[in-house]
Design a protein around this ligand. Structure first.
Ligand code: ATP
Ligand code: MG
Length: 499
């Protein structure tokens, strides 16, 4: 551990260690943060371990001005650190007493936790050697009983003790192994790797939330694509996102040199390289997930060998089902759904019109239209074609810029229900709703029509029409209901089923 590494430890962490030591206890930073310091990565959090038990820890910090948050489950005590750093950040430091873990009966969590006065007992229960180092920066003592430093230098992931035993205790560890490999670019020691394969099917017994958290870390990792490939080769992906594996050997023909699986992966890889947000990377990975289910032999006409009609409709639903299963938040699910659903929009070469762009902005929302372009870029790069910003993408970009200020919702019209009722003396009701939507349709086609004068004139004309006529106009641009759209795709596939 050199001086530069030690300098990275925040003041508040040193202070915390110091308080415990002044009161006569041992204290170390431990686990992930020590590992990350060695690798010159920024630790996610700073964990402290000590031979003090929770009551003793609390009594030490109650005498200070720090706020103490007691966490009951593992005897962990949280300390809120405020005002100690140059950047004025406020953060929590978790202090956990040395502990041992009891029997494991259900693949998941220890049955009981007991405290220990020996730090080695605490390090022993940890998953991988690279996560077992403890460091005391005040006395410059590094405890490395399991050769974590050597494994770090050799980029090796190795369990502490017998791999099969350790994975039997908690099968989530095999997910964590892949996560560390993807984050750090490490490889598994042979026995650890064999044991991961042996335990793959036990992921079925791990809660969706715990799997999701590791899956997210894999997607956000530097080597995310390798992470997904490893999940597959180690036999784990079938318990996480089996839908992705349907793309293996699903050839696409045409401009595509890759099968659907590789294409999805390469798209994710580009998202990683560009440091896109999580939901864009998920959308990149899932964007063609509906292709295997919708692939049909093209019958004759044109040069296409295969067709994938409606794959974005089917794929968006699949992405949603996958993310629901993995207990992702509804907000994230909605975003990924939209991006997958509309990813085909920018594929259409020169036929695109401004009014079509306006309608797309209306569908995905102004806040996500650039994300959609990013997914589109991932898709393009994912086919293996080199140039990122061809003429076409620049053209789309310019068109989006152009329509961004145009009215794309009823609320942006220069007329509204109040005006219609209050000033024009019209009856409120369903017809008024249809009229407003019909007006929006016209304005989407031509934004210069968004004037009070024109819209009043058209409103009066529409009120002369029959209810049915106005309803038809108003609903013309309405997105079909999700289910309706899906049924239409299904029907189409039944009709054209070949072989
Ligand atoms: P990061 O915080 O960067 O995601 P980390 O290695 O710190 O990675 P945490 O989940 O924060 O991981 O856990 C902190 C430490 O606790 C780990 O470094 C490891 O020593 C230990 N640990 C965490 N989860 C397990 C587990 N399932 N089995 C055994 N030890 C674990
Ligand atoms: Mg951590």
């Amino acid at each position: 551990m050199n001086k530069d590494m030690v300098k990275k430890i925040p003041e508040g962490v040193i202070w915390t260690l110091q308080q415990l030591q002044s009161a006569g206890y041992e204290s170390y930073i431990v686990g992930g943060c020590v590992r990350d310091m060695f690798l010159d990565r920024n630790p996610n959090d700073w964990d402290v371990t000590t031979n003090a038990i929770p009551e003793q820890i609390i009594s030490v910090f109650e005498k200070t001005d720090r706020r103490v948050v007691y966490e009951n489950n593992f005897g962990t005590v949280g300390i809120i650190n405020k005002g100690m750093e140059k950047d004025h950040s406020t953060y929590e430091i978790e202090i956990t007493p040395y502990r041992t873990e009891g029997n494991y009966s259900d693949n998941r969590r220890p049955d009981n936790v007991s405290f220990s006065s020996d730090i080695n007992e605490d390090l022993m229960r940890r998953d991988f050697t690279i996560n077992t180092m403890a460091y005391d920066p005040i006395n410059h003592v590094l405890i490395d009983n399991y050769n974590g430093e050597t494994d770090l230098r050799n980029s090796v992931i190795r369990t502490v003790g017998d791999a099969n035993e350790r994975f039997s205790e908690d099968a989530l560890r095999i997910m964590r192994a892949v996560r560390f490999a993807a984050q750090l670019g490490f490889m598994y020691e042979t026995k650890t790797m064999e044991a991961i394969k042996n335990h793959a099917s036990r992921l079925q017994h791990i809660s969706a939330e715990r799997i999701r958290d590791e899956f997210i870390k894999i997607i956000d990792a530097k080597f995310a694509m390798d992470g997904i490939v490893m999940l597959h080769t180690l036999g784990m992906l079938q318990y996480v996102v089996p839908e992705l594996e349907e793309g293996i050997n699903c050839e696409q023909g045409g401009i595509h040199s890759f099968d659907v699986w590789t294409h999805n992966l390469k798209s994710l890889e580009h998202g990683t390289n560009k440091e896109y947000p999580l939901y864009v990377k998920l959308a990149a990975l899932f964007h063609d997930i509906g292709k295997p289910a919708t692939r049909r032999k093209a019958n004759g006409r044109g040069t296409k060998e295969w067709t994938f009609y409606g794959h974005e409709v089917v794929g968006a639903r699949m992405a949603r089902a996958i993310m629901k299963r993995l207990k992702f938040s509804n907000e994230l699910i909605d975003k990924v759904y939209k991006l997958v659903r509309y990813h085909m929009f920018f594929s259409d070469p020169d036929a695109i019109t401004l009014s079509a762009v306006r309608r797309m902005v209306k569908n995905v929302g102004k806040d996500m239209i650039w994300d959609l372009m990013d997914v589109r870029t991932c898709d393009r790069i994912g086919t293996g074609r080199p140039k990122e910003k061809p003429y076409r993408l620049r053209k789309y970009h310019a068109m989006i810029e152009e329509v961004m200020r145009d009215p794309i919702s009823v609320g942006m019209l220069k007329i509204n229900g109040d005006i219609m009722i209050g000033e024009m003396g019209l009856q409120p009701g369903r017809k008024m709703g249809w009229v407003l939507h019909a007006l929006l349709e016209e304005v989407l086609d031509d934004p210069t029509l968004n004037t009070r004068e024109y819209l009043e004139k058209r409103t009066l004309e529409m009120y002369e029409m029959s209810d049915e006529e106005v309803q038809k106009l108003g609903e013309a641009g309405k997105d079909k209901k999700d289910e309706e759209e899906f049924q239409a795709v299904k029907k189409l596939h039944r009709k054209h089923r070949v072989g």
